[in-house]
Design a protein around this ligand. Structure first.
Ligand code: ATP
Ligand code: MG
Length: 373
């Protein structure tokens, strides 16, 4: 029987100085999959990559490649290559020699090296740059040398630790597309790390959301966005209004002082839950058709739409709308059943999803601006 999982982490725990950095991580990665580890700084993303690469030994648990435990194998005996958070190119070698490095170590014949490096340069759009000094390349070009150097040995798995973090937005977007194309055309499994949720959603087959050394959710980008498991995930991925609610019965919930029809079921009767409503899913309607009434406390124009903050009984909602509203306007809100997502209570309940501090920040910023004028 073939095992379709190329990499598996089973109950991986890592403890540094008595502190749990990774806490029972379970993850199965399929051959040729693009998997992204996403989470805030310090949540354990790099440590997870280092466990897979073999630079960190777990305190507990197993790392499997093709179904076989590799805990005892040193990094160079695993079928992985890593692009580190800092590219770590050799400053004294030119572009050609940086890329050729892995082949020289393996004593590949010169003619073959020449051919393979030339192919790689073409793949990463750097043909003609062979003799360039590494220090004289732009950030994006260095990035592409790092990619070429990491994939020339055709690893089955490539680990990429925030490879695009140092690039400006435009270049970053271009490189996202290029990386994805390289991954598809070479059929390599990518395990990619980022703390940028948009990057994770746009590039990945599977997103793994981490916080405090614990996997919070594993799913497709659509799952993660539409069906967040808890308040942390809902808040970390996009903007969310997160409310304290009660599941009255299947398909009926209550929050903000009234009942709403929803599409969720399977909760206990009157179970306390967290409710997520995305800012783009709230409609502004005339008061007579409204489910909720509120007052606009802040308006920000963002080009495509306005982002407004609406106070409803003391809770501040974020709503995105293309209609212009003014601070102080009374507005009616309407929420379709499929715009309501119900989540189990978790340790993150009550920590996220009220935009009170957001509007305070905006007020503070506009106060500062007024002071300057
Ligand atoms: N060798 C080490 N010894 C002690 N603590 C460590 C060590 N390496 C990492 N840590 C700690 O483990 C936690 C997770 O670190 P890690 O580098 O995995 O985070 P990360 O998710 O990659 O963060 P970032 O987005 O900032 O790169 C941090 O609190 C870090 O300080
Ligand atoms: Mg890191």
């Amino acid at each position: 029987m073939t095992n379709e999982n190329i990499v598996e982490l089973k109950n991986i725990t890592v403890t540094f100085d008595g502190e749990k950095i990774l806490d029972r991580i379970n993850l199965a990665i399929k051959d040729k999959e693009f998997v992204t580890l996403l989470g805030p700084s310090g949540c354990g993303k790099t440590t997870t990559l280092r466990v897979i690469a073999g630079f960190v030994s777990p305190t507990e648990g197993d790392i499997l490649f093709d179904g076989k435990a590799v805990n005892h194998l040193p990094p160079h005996k695993r079928q992985v290559n890593t692009i580190f958070q800092r590219y770590a190119l050799f400053p004294h070698l030119n572009v050609f020699e940086n890329i050729a490095f892995g082949l020289r170590v393996k004593k590949v014949p010169e003619a073959e090296i020449k051919k393979q490096v030339t192919d790689m340069l073409k793949l990463v759009n750097l043909s003609g740059y062979e003799k360039r000094n590494i220090a004289k390349l732009s950030g994006g070009q260095q990035q592409r040398v790092a990619i070429a150097r990491a994939i020339i040995n055709r690893p089955k798995v490539l680990l990429l630790d925030e490879p695009l973090a140092a690039l400006d937005l435009k270049l970053r977007k271009d490189m996202q597309v290029e990386l994805k194309n390289i991954q598809k055309s070479l059929g390599i499994t990518f395990i990619f790390v980022t703390h940028d949720q948009e990057e994770a959603l746009s590039m990945s087959d599977t997103v793994v959301v981490m916080n405090e050394g614990v996997i919070q959710q594993i799913g497709t980008p659509q799952d993660i966005y539409n069906e967040p498991k808890n308040a942390f995930v809902a808040d970390f991925i996009g903007e969310s209004n997160i409310l304290d609610g009660v599941m009255k019965e299947d398909f009926l919930t209550s929050f903000s002082g009234r009942e709403f029809t929803c599409l969720d079921s399977g909760f206990a009767r009157n179970e306390r839950v967290d409710i997520v409503v995305r800012p783009e899913d709230v409609d502004i309607v005339p008061e007579k058709d409204a489910m909720l009434l509120g007052e606009v406390t802040s308006v920000t124009f963002l080009g495509v739409h306005y982002e407004i903050i609406v106070d409803i009984g003391g809770f501040k909602w974020m709503i995105q709308t293309t209609d212009e509203q003014k601070v102080g306007d009374k507005v009616g809100l309407y929420i379709e059943p499929d715009a309501i997502h119900v989540m189990k209570k978790s340790k993150y309940s009550g920590m996220y999803g009220d935009y009170s501090t957001f509007s305070d920040e905006i007020e503070h910023l506009s106060d500062l601006e007024e002071d300057e004028n």
